[in-house]
Design a protein around this ligand. Structure first.
Ligand SMILES: NC(=O)c1ccc[n+]([C@@H]2O[C@H](COP(=O)([O-])OP(=O)(O)OC[C@H]3O[C@@H](n4cnc5c(N)ncnc54)[C@H](OP(=O)(O)O)[C@@H]3O)[C@@H](O)[C@H]2O)c1
Length: 306
């Protein structure tokens, strides 16, 4: 099969389109013909030398996909050949390829409303948002939430999930994305380059942090006593949390087929929409990663594989 792999860490030029062995599905796995795969920041962070030891090279990047089941391992009952499925992958396999063997429990039926390009944009970003907003953030109706990085892959789902649960949503983004973020349901969108969010919002129950650094540091001042900062990037200061009688959590998102099925239902009923900002063919994976790494993409960057 064709796949995009890296044999060394480095810039986008290390991404190489080449022929690699088609994986064999294990007893609990399904072999999927990939139609589209998405780009996530973790892909270029690994490519740049983060997270992964050198002895795991060569490596196929890509942590999610949408495609069609080709063949099932002997213990798989939930899916059959021909089913359209989507999933977030465990880090030991990659989506920038024509085929992947995915754990059946990590997969869910592709939302019917979406084509493969849009479905591929969902798994990692939406599961990250779901687990951050609900599992770690415990958002409930009537709470005030501040989402940093609201126009990106994870953020645009987080805004919609928090709204769907009945929260009031404040959101930071670039000025050109204000209308987009409001159209997702944000009650107030704040241009992070031209306005200090501290001047626009206070008494927040949950800060969902997709930016880290000084943005996270400054967020303590808008948190209400007993509130929570949840970050995908950086463990919030334990000292600051204790001072404010607050809670700070950093977490890593995990594949979860059941949550992905729930997200698919919200998409099919029209509660949640998916923004794909840019699409590239598989052979232009380097350009696709460059686009996301350079910033300012609205929603997701997706690779068209088939
Ligand atoms: N722990 C985990 O499991 C996990 C999972 C998924 C993602 N992540 C991490 O979470 C981060 C977000 O992921 P993503 O996929 O959503 O990335 P993304 O699609 O690149 O989105 C990032 C967004 O943040 C905005 N932004 C940058 N600086 C900002 C600031 N100071 N204030 C407000 N917004 C700002 C960017 O807007 P502009 O480009 O217009 O500036 C962009 O829209 C990444 O660093 C990623 O590695 C971690």
């Amino acid at each position: 099969m064709q796949s995009v792999r890296i044999h060394a860490f480095g810039g986008p030029q290390v991404l190489t389109l080449e022929t690699a062995p088609t994986p064999e599905p294990q007893p609990e796995e399904i072999l999927v013909r990939i139609h589209a795969a998405s780009i996530n920041p973790v892909d270029y962070k690994i490519r740049n030398g983060g997270y992964v030891e050198k002895d795991r090279l060569p490596l196929t990047l890509g942590r999610d996909f949408s495609g069609v089941v080709e063949r099932c391992g002997p213990n798989v009952e939930a899916f059959k050949p021909g089913d359209a499925v989507y999933a977030m992958l465990t880090p030991d396999r990659g989506g920038y390829a024509e085929f992947v063997a995915a754990k059946a429990q990590d997969c869910a039926a592709k939302p019917e409303r979406l084509d493969h390009l849009h479905a591929a944009a969902v798994p990692l970003a939406a599961l990250t948002a779901w687990q951050g907003i609900f599992d770690h953030g415990g958002v409930s109706a009537g709470q005030r939430t501040l989402i940093h990085g609201a126009a990106g892959g994870v953020g645009h789902f987080a805004v919609q999930f928090a709204k769907a649960r009945g929260a009031t949503v404040f959101a930071t983004c670039s000025g050109r994305d204000i209308d987009f973020v409001q159209s997702l349901g944000a009650d107030e969108a704040i241009d992070y380059k031209n306005q200090r969010f501290e001047d626009a919002v206070r008494d927040v129950d949950l800060v969902y942090d997709l930016v880290a650094g000084e943005t996270q540091e400054r967020s303590w001042s808008v948190l209400k006593e007993g509130g929570t900062i949840v970050s995908t990037l950086q463990q919030p200061s334990k000292e600051k949390a204790a001072e404010r009688k607050a809670r700070g959590t950093h977490y890593m998102a995990k594949p979860d087929g059941a949550q992905l099925a729930e997200i698919g239902r919200l998409i099919d009923e029209g509660t949640v929409r998916v923004e794909v900002g840019k699409v590239f063919p598989l052979r232009q994976a380097a350009d696709a990663e460059r686009a996301l790494e350079e910033g300012h993409v609205r929603g997701k960057v997706v690779l068209k594989v088939a």
